[in-house]
Write a protein that binds this ligand. Structure first.
Ligand SMILES: CC(C)(COP(=O)(O)OP(=O)(O)OC[C@H]1O[C@@H](n2cnc3c(N)ncnc32)[C@H](O)[C@@H]1OP(=O)(O)O)[C@@H](O)C(=O)NCCC(=O)NCCS
Length: 156
């Protein structure tokens, strides 16, 4: 059973290894993930993190979310990743549950999640659907031609 804790600056290398190890992200996406981790390690950035760890406090995955600017209580889930060899064991669900708990504690109303409609993202879509996220919208060809954006929501 994974433990959940806040992000520490010293987690950066382990989280980079986890993000790269999934092979789910392009290099430009990895760079953005690292920018968010660096921002999240600074107080007051507005980027919120939960890190799942094992019994030795080693990171196994993380989620990053934040208040969507200019909204009253809508939050974006920016990133959720579980180490490749540890997927399918409930860690992703535990991280998403923590996001929802935290947003609820901040009197947030919605968590918005964006993902790709490409066949390679079928596992991610299954994950969100199994975790009771509602598919709200599909933007055809949003990311690239043939790569739709799907928007899921958790309403609190
Ligand atoms: C998506 C991801 C975070 C899910 O984490 P996880 O720890 O593997 O998921 P869990 O084990 O908590 O699974 C939760 C539910 O989703 C389902 N699920 C997870 N992966 C699945 C898959 N590949 N196919 C079908 N269902 C899947 C599980 O069966 C489970 O449902 P259940 O509890 O009803 O049986 C993880 O697979 C991952 O890091 N993927 C690569 C990174 C990524 O693409 N992140 C999302 C974009 S930022």
């Amino acid at each position: 059973m994974a433990q959940l804790r806040e992000l520490r600056a010293s987690d950066r290398a382990a989280l980079e290894r986890i993000v790269r190890g999934t092979n789910a992200f392009r290099e430009d996406e990895v760079e953005v993930a690292l920018e968010l981790i660096d921002a999240g390690a600074r107080a007051g950035s507005g980027y919120l993190f939960a890190v799942a760890t094992d019994e030795r406090d080693e990171p196994q995955g993380y989620a990053c979310w934040g208040l969507t600017p200019l909204t009253d209580g809508a939050y974006d889930l920016y990133w959720i990743v579980v180490e490749a060899t540890l997927q399918g064991k409930g860690i992703g669900r535990a991280l998403l549950d923590q996001v929802v708990r935290d947003v609820r504690a901040r009197s947030g109303r919605l968590v918005i999640i964006e993902t790709s409609g490409k066949p390679e993202y079928a596992a991610q879509r299954m994950f969100y659907e199994r975790c009771s996220c509602t598919l709200l919208a599909r933007y055809p060809d949003f990311y690239r031609l043939g790569d739709d954006k799907l928007v899921y929501m958790v309403r609190l």
